[in-house]
Design a protein around this ligand. Structure first.
Ligand SMILES: [Zn+2]
Length: 139
């Protein structure tokens, strides 16, 4: 396996500014924060994406993200809201293929933009797409 920067951090062989650590996850500051206090919650075990991240992996990530979000609001860093973001796959913008959940402090005028050509599909199209997704849900 190619070396993984997050596995290196988990192993203590690469530097990180640690916010929280427990048996399952590490929460560290992003090296290129969207806003000050931008945290990444990473599982200690290497999983590349959502397909490999069952509840035993995802539960602790969610628990840590909620705790970090509460801490950000109380930290003194500017934080009027919190945005969670997880990129699963290159097309989604994933750059490090060790699953990570972004926990970003947000505030008015922070310059963070989620750009898209927001569509307005018909109800029929929404129902059609919903049926496709329902049929593909894992059992
Ligand atoms: Zn890794």
């Amino acid at each position: 396996m190619e070396s993984c920067v997050f596995c290196e951090i988990v192993a203590g062989r690469a530097a990180a500014s640690v916010v929280h650590g427990d048996d399952d996850v590490l929460a560290i500051l992003d090296l290129h924060p969207a806003t000050p206090g931008h945290v990444l919650v990473i599982p200690r075990t290497h999983v590349a994406g959502l397909a490999e991240a069952g509840d035993a992996v995802g539960g602790p990530i969610w628990r840590a993200a909620r705790r970090v979000a509460a801490a950000l609001r109380a930290s003194g860093l500017r934080c009027e809201g919190v945005q969670l973001s997880l990129a699963d796959g290159e097309a989604a913008g994933q750059e490090v293929f060790h699953l990570h959940l972004h926990v970003m402090p947000r505030f008015a005028g922070d310059g963070v933009v989620v750009a898209a050509e927001w569509r307005s599909p018909s109800r029929a199209r929404l129902d059609q797409d919903a049926a496709l997704i329902r049929a593909a849900l894992p059992r």
